[in-house]
Design a protein around this ligand. Structure first.
Ligand code: SF4
Ligand code: SF4
Length: 251
């Protein structure tokens, strides 16, 4: 039986008063297929009662225009436009605490699904991903160059306003206090602790094999270039160390 009006399919998504070009249906489908293709997708989405338990227990839902129930419903009903729309801002509100996963009667993991959507947003170089990840470039650089995400000398009052009154503790003489710690690898404020060269080089292999560096390239080409230079230098250092060891063994 044919229906007079059929099912309405939105061919493009876009804001009519914005200069941003509308997004075609092909792109929307490609993005959803990337989310669905992830091995974790079927484990984390088993159905949805639309009961809202996840949203009732979600800390982010209390503070932002964000609802894990809405995200799961969009994925469950394959609402391509809604999924794309949520990836512009809402998915970045999740705190990844997984309270929702512990409570969902269907065994869904809304927080896990948000993680998949974030990864796909990065893969597609979405503006929302660039904006959210930009402040982390300093942390990424620190991680690659030292093996640490954060070091005591990065902690400043301006950088961590969300610490509230605790931020006053950064006025403490950190360099002196660190030297008082009995573990020698902690006697520095330039890194949280010293990571040896072999571990750093092994970390680079993990980042390459897991696609972390490829994702970084999509989001920030300049940072990627700086980081690959640092990695090459450290790998050269490691090769030289191994050669020296071999020479010593031969002597
Ligand atoms: S994801 Fe689970 S808890 Fe949330 S609305 Fe659906 S069934 Fe309910
Ligand atoms: S993981 Fe995200 S969606 Fe789930 S309860 Fe925590 S903040 Fe909310």
């Amino acid at each position: 039986m044919s229906h007079a009006h059929g099912t309405r399919v939105q061919e493009f998504i876009g804001d009519p008063v914005s200069d941003a070009p509308p997004v075609g249906r092909e792109k929307l489908e490609e993005i959803f297929q990337d989310i669905q293709a992830d091995l974790r997708f079927d484990h984390e989405l088993n159905g949805c009662l639309n009961c809202g338990i996840c949203t009732a227990t979600c800390p982010s839902a209390h503070y932002y225009d964000y609802s894990p129930r809405e995200i799961v419903q969009l994925l469950w009903t394959e609402n391509l436009e809604g999924i794309y729309d949520a990836m512009q801002e809402k998915i970045w509100a999740c705190a990844q605490c997984y309270t929702c996963a512990a409570r969902c009667p269907f065994g869904n993991s809304p927080g896990g699904l948000v993680m998949l959507m974030r990864e796909v947003a990065i893969k597609h170089g979405m503006e929302s991903a660039r904006n959210v990840l930009r402040p982390f470039s300093r942390v990424m650089l620190k991680l690659i160059s030292t093996g640490n995400q954060l070091s005591p000398d990065m902690i400043s009052k301006d950088g961590f306003p969300d610490w509230g009154p605790n931020i006053s503790k950064v006025d403490a003489p950190l360099a002196t206090l660190r030297k008082a710690i009995p573990v020698p690898t902690l006697h520095t404020t330039k890194t949280a602790w010293e990571v040896n060269l072999k571990t750093s080089v092994e970390l680079y292999t993990i980042w390459e094999e897991t696609g972390v560096l490829e994702s970084l390239k999509t989001i920030d080409q300049n940072l990627f270039d700086v980081i690959t230079d640092i990695m090459d230098e450290k790998r050269d250092e490691w090769d030289e160390f191994l050669e020296d060891q071999e020479d010593e063994d031969e002597d």
